[in-house]
Design a protein around this ligand. Structure first.
Ligand SMILES: Nc1ncnc2c1ncn2[C@@H]1O[C@H](COP(=O)(O)OP(=O)(O)O)[C@@H](O)[C@H]1O
Ligand SMILES: Cc1cn([C@H]2C[C@H](O)[C@@H](COP(=O)(O)OP(=O)(O)O)O2)c(=O)[nH]c1=O
Length: 224
């Protein structure tokens, strides 16, 4: 069974870029690594429904619990693929995983209900849906203003032509998501975390440098 690494963070934090760079860095160190990105918009029923939801094409309001269940369903439908990839590699790098669901859906309920919703999601995904807990989650900490600029540079998405999807357009949501990630990392929810700052001396760090910091942490744990 591979080491399971989850790259987490707000929209535009640089997760896809860091994921690809970590896979390349691990490969250069002789480890077989692969990436798995969630949601899988074009591979699962849950993923397709999520594209419709994020592009605001669903004809009904979607509660945080319903959204959480769709994201969890996308991973449940991907479970056999995930297990197969884990059997064939040393490291699987997730570009978003269960913690995304906890951070984003808990950001959409009143403060007093957030912790209970996080626990409910963790139990649904790791209990009922038997998805593995990651060995290490990385919180990519990117300031909101920088992340806005980076979102605008992203390639076109499969589900929308808009620059910002429904979640990205909501600045209050993005701020609460950041706070939730910081709290989850502090409390080691869903296993061990490390926080990686993507900006240093007022400039974005090169992806290779960010990836080296993350890959070294993985290699340290594999050797230790
Ligand atoms: N460290 C970095 N330095 C410069 N540009 C970056 C960096 N990380 C990401 N980017 C750019 O920012 C945009 C969004 O990055 P991406 O990895 O897709 O973010 P996310 O997956 O978190 O939404 C992309 O155009 C990417 O090339
Ligand atoms: C994977 C996942 C994503 N999300 C949210 C975070 C993002 O705002 C949104 C879309 O994810 P993402 O694929 O990261 O966005 P993009 O297609 O723009 O790269 O879904 C959850 O709420 N729960 C989850 O389990």
């Amino acid at each position: 069974m591979a080491f399971l690494l989850a790259i987490e963070g707000a929209d535009g934090a640089g997760k896809a870029t860091a994921t690809a760079a970590v896979v390349a860095h691990l490969a250069a160190q002789g480890l077989s690594a692969c990436a798995l990105s969630f949601p899988r918009y074009t591979d699962t029923v849950g993923g397709w429904a999520l594209g419709e939801y994020l592009a605001e094409r669903l004809p009904r309001a979607v509660s945080p619990q319903a959204a959480a269940t769709l994201y969890a369903l996308d991973r449940f439908e991907s479970r056999a693929h995930l297990v197969d990839m884990a059997a064939r590699h040393d490291v699987v790098v997730f570009d978003r995983y269960i913690a995304s669901n906890m951070a984003y859906q808990a950001a959409q309920v009143p403060d007093g209900e957030a912790e209970a919703l996080m626990t409910w999601i963790a139990r649904l995904e790791t209990g009922q849906f038997a998805l593995p807990v990651p060995d290490l989650s990385v919180y990519l900490d990117t300031p909101l203003a920088v992340a806005r600029t980076l979102i605008a540079q992203k390639r076109r998405r499969s589900y929308t032509d808009d620059t910002y999807d429904a979640y990205e357009a909501d600045l209050g949501l993005q701020a609460r998501v950041r706070a939730n990630y910081a709290a989850m990392a502090d409390a080691a929810m869903l296993g061990e975390w490390m926080t990686v700052e993507t900006v240093a001396h007022a400039a974005l760090r090169p992806p290779e440098m960010i990836a080296a910091e993350i890959a070294d942490a993985v290699i340290g744990r594999l050797e230790g």
